[in-house]
Design a protein around this ligand. Structure first.
Ligand SMILES: [Zn+2]
Length: 219
C-alpha cells in the first residue's frame, strides 16, 4: 500500500493557531505520530513537544477530511483546532505511509541528547584544563620549597627536580623530572621517596646514577 495524506491546512480555522502550527512544524516539535485505520477512517494519535512539554492530541480523517479532533490544550475548541493539531497535519502531509499501523518518530530528541552530551564533555574538559592550570600555578609557587626539601647531589652537585602538570585526555597528570641538562622522568614519586629513605642506588639514565640519601646538606 502507499498512502499519502493531503489535508488542506486551512482546516485550522484560527489564523493565530495556524501561525503557531507552522512554527511548531518548522521547529520539528511533532515528536511522534501513530496512524491506524478502521475501514476508511484513519485514526492519528500524536505527541507534540513544545519547550519540553509533551502534549498528546488525536484526530480522525476520512477522504482527506478531518472528521473529529481532540487536544486538551486551551487553544483547541469547537471553532478551531489548536497549533498542536495543525502541526500534526502539516507533518502528516509530508509522510509516505507504506503499511499500517504506521509510526513516525522525530530524531530531534536524540539530537538534543547528543548535543547535551557533547556540551557536558566540553564543560568537563574546560574544568580539567582549569584544574591543571591551577595545579601548575600552585606547584610553581611551591617549587622552591620542593627543591629545598628534596635536594639531591653527587659530589656536592645539585640536581633539579621539576614538577610538571599536564592534561592527558580526561586525566590530570603530575610528573616529576630529575636531572640538570638532561631530565629523566620519575615514573613513580612514591618509589623515589622510598629509595631515598632506604638509601638505594638507582640508575635513571646514562648520565644520572646516584645513591639517594635521606638527610641534610651533605647528601
Ligand atoms: Zn493543542
Amino acid at each position: 500500500m502507499k498512502l499519502k495524506f493531503n489535508i488542506n491546512s486551512n482546516v485550522v480555522k484560527s489564523k493565530n493557531n495556524l501561525e503557531i502550527a507552522r512554527k511548531y512544524h518548522h521547529y520539528d516539535n511533532v515528536e511522534s505520530i501513530h496512524v491506524t485505520a478502521n475501514e476508511d477512517v484513519y485514526h492519528i494519535a500524536a505527541v507534540v513537544s513544545v519547550f519540553n512539554h509533551p502534549q498528546k492530541c488525536s484526530l480522525d480523517i476520512k477522504d482527506n477530511q478531518v472528521i473529529s479532533y481532540e487536544c486538551s490544550c486551551p487553544f483547541n475548541d469547537q471553532d478551531s483546532m489548536c497549533g498542536h493539531l495543525g502541526a500534526v497535519i502539516l507533518k502528516l502531509n509530508e509522510l509516505e505511509i507504506n503499511e499500517l499501523p504506521f509510526d513516525y518518530q522525530s530524531d530531534k530528541l536524540q539530537k538534543i541528547k547528543e548535543i547535551e552530551k557533547e556540551n557536558q564533555r566540553q564543560r568537563r574538559k574546560a574544568q580539567l584544563r582549569q584544574m591543571a592550570s591551577m595545579s601548575t600555578k600552585l606547584i610553581d609557587f611551591n617549587k622552591s620549597q620542593y627543591q629545598t626539601d628534596l635536594r639531591l647531589s653527587i659530589n656536592q652537585e645539585k640536581y633539579d627536580l621539576t614538577p610538571n602538570v599536564y592534561l592527558n585526555g580526561d586525566e590530570i597528570v603530575l610528573e616529576y623530572k630529575i636531572g640538570n641538562e638532561k631530565k629523566y622522568v620519575l615514573k613513580n614519586i612514591a618509589d623515589f621517596i622510598e629509595r631515598i629513605q632506604n638509601q638505594e642506588n638507582y640508575k635513571y639514565g646514562k648520565a644520572l646514577e646516584f645513591c639517594e640519601i635521606k638527610g641534610n646538606e651533605t647528601i
